[in-house]
Design a protein around this ligand. Structure first.
Ligand SMILES: *Cc1c(COP(=O)(O)O)cnc(C)c1O
Length: 447
């Protein structure tokens, strides 16, 4: 049996209909360097999705490789209750210093969904312990995505992941989300005054007594199809949550670590959430690690004598893994020493230029939108009507398959094709990516 046959015999892949693998066999990747991955036949692919939004500084990065090697020689793992270690301490201190004001305490876990579970449990327990017993519910936006464990699915709103599990999920208050591409309120994005906020506001006010927290993906609802909305929305939400004693949970798992052009997306709005979740890019795409940050105020509500039963009894075996922490520390050092956020501005501009060059004429590209180093194309039947393709046609998936032949990885979200490249791409790579994407789209839609 070759590797592909063995893979299909033994492995159940994530987020996939396994039957699709009959047509499109799993691609066996042997190695990676920079923005490219290489299969066992030596074919190269530009990793335009940063290996599921995690990679920042390329594959097999020399600095990160060295940091891992140095750490494994010292300590690979140790229980994190009652014990601690320098990589975690250094990381926590640094993260508190670079995240928005007021996020003073760091709770460790090992994947994004867990960081969300931690956030929800923390907020719920806080309100119980401070006597606000009626606050037992969460609010979240339409089209939200916060991960796939049951709590995280409960606040999410994408049927694709959650529909079958509905009987198991928490009763989340669903709030109208911004939908800038097909906005029914604003005539133009330039004059946007987030009129869409009014409905959310009404619902929150109506239910405020029962709400622990509102959870949100700042600026970009990524899994929903890279839906982007303006920072002023976050400002309004922060104010509303303050007025009604509701926690604001910022899920920066996808948008943190420079993706939106600032280190954290909340910075665009100048707000501090009560709880912030980080993962994905935190280890530059190398190892599992997640953090849930919160305020001293929330932390203090859990502080007391053991038999008051106020402690936060959440744990995972690999909590605070030292190798992951060492990688995160090295990644943050790369941000600093190489002035990554400033350098990315040049790449951002170039992405926009490419979009202008390649996409502006195509009638099936309804819109190209971009914040920082996230660019997205919404494929539609016709630009003017904005009418979408029927999902059954799987246009995005067909474009993706064509892209693979052309050496680019642009795994779609429905009929949205997006670019979230590692920060090590150069202008040549971006021209290659955008021009090949246009070719793939044209071939699929004119065939
Ligand atoms: C990926 C993601 C998660 C879940 O993280 P996992 O590590 O995949 O569990 C949660 N929220 C957002 C916004 C994400 O993009």
């Amino acid at each position: 049996m070759n590797l592909v046959e063995k893979d299909l015999k033994y492995i159940w892949h994530p987020c996939s209909q396994m039957k699709d693998y009959q047509d499109l066999e799993p691609i066996v990747i042997k190695n990676g360097k920079g923005a490219y991955i290489f299969d066992i036949d030596g074919k190269s692919y530009l990793d335009a999705v940063s290996s599921w939004w995690v990679n920042l500084f390329g594959h097999s990065n020399d600095r990160i490789n060295r940091a891992i090697n140095e750490q494994v020689e010292k300590l690979e793992h140790v229980i994190f209750a009652n014990f601690t270690h320098e990589p975690a301490i250094q990381l926590a201190e640094k993260i508190v210093n670079i995240t928005p004001e007021g996020l003073d305490k760091v709770f460790f876990s090992d994947n994004g969904s867990s960081a969300i579970e931690v956030a929800l449990k923390m907020s719920f327990q806080y309100h119980q312990q401070t006597g606000k017993f009626k606050k037992q519910r969460f609010a979240a936006l339409q089209n939200a995505y916060h991960g796939e464990t049951l709590g995280a699915l409960s606040v999410g709103d994408l049927d694709l992941y959650s529909k079958v599990f509905n009987p198991l999920l928490l009763n989340t208050l669903r709030l109208e989300s911004p939908d800038c591409y097909r906005c029914v309120y604003c005539k133009s994005r330039d004059t946007c005054n987030v009129e869409c906020f009014a409905n959310l506001e009404k619902d929150i006010i109506l239910h405020h007594e029962e709400l622990c927290a509102v959870i949100i993906e700042p600026l970009i609802q990524c899994a929903a199809g890279m839906k982007m909305y303006p920072p002023v929305y976050l400002k309004r939400l922060r104010k509303l949550c303050d007025e009604y004693d509701i926690h604001l949970i910022a899920d920066e798992i996808a948008v943190g670590f420079g993706r939106t052009g600032k280190m954290f997306a909340c910075e665009h709005a100048g707000i501090s959430p009560d709880i912030m979740c980080l993962s994905k890019g935190i280890t530059a795409g190398y190892l599992p690690l997640a953090l849930t940050l919160t305020s001293a105020k929330i932390y203090d509500a859990f502080y007391g004598d053991y038999f008051e039963h106020k402690a936060f009894m959440h744990s995972h075996s690999y909590t605070g893994n030292p190798i992951s922490c060492a990688v995160a520390n090295e990644s943050l050092l790369i941000f600093e020493t190489e002035d990554i956020v400033a350098k990315n501005k040049i790449l951002e501009k170039y992405m926009l230029k490419c979009a202008n060059t390649y996409f502006s004429e195509n009638k099936n590209i309804g819109e190209y939108r971009q914040i920082g180093m996230v660019g997205a194309i919404e494929l539609v039947m016709d630009k003017n009507s904005k009418q979408g393709f029927e999902p059954q046609k799987r246009i995005g998936y067909e474009v993706y398959k064509k892209g693979l032949n052309k050496g680019i990885v642009i795994r779609p979200l429905g009929n949205v094709i997006y670019f979230m490249p590692p920060y090590v791409v150069n202008q040549h790579d971006l021209d290659f990516l955008y021009s090949r994407t246009l070719e793939a789209i044209t071939e699929v839609l004119n065939q």
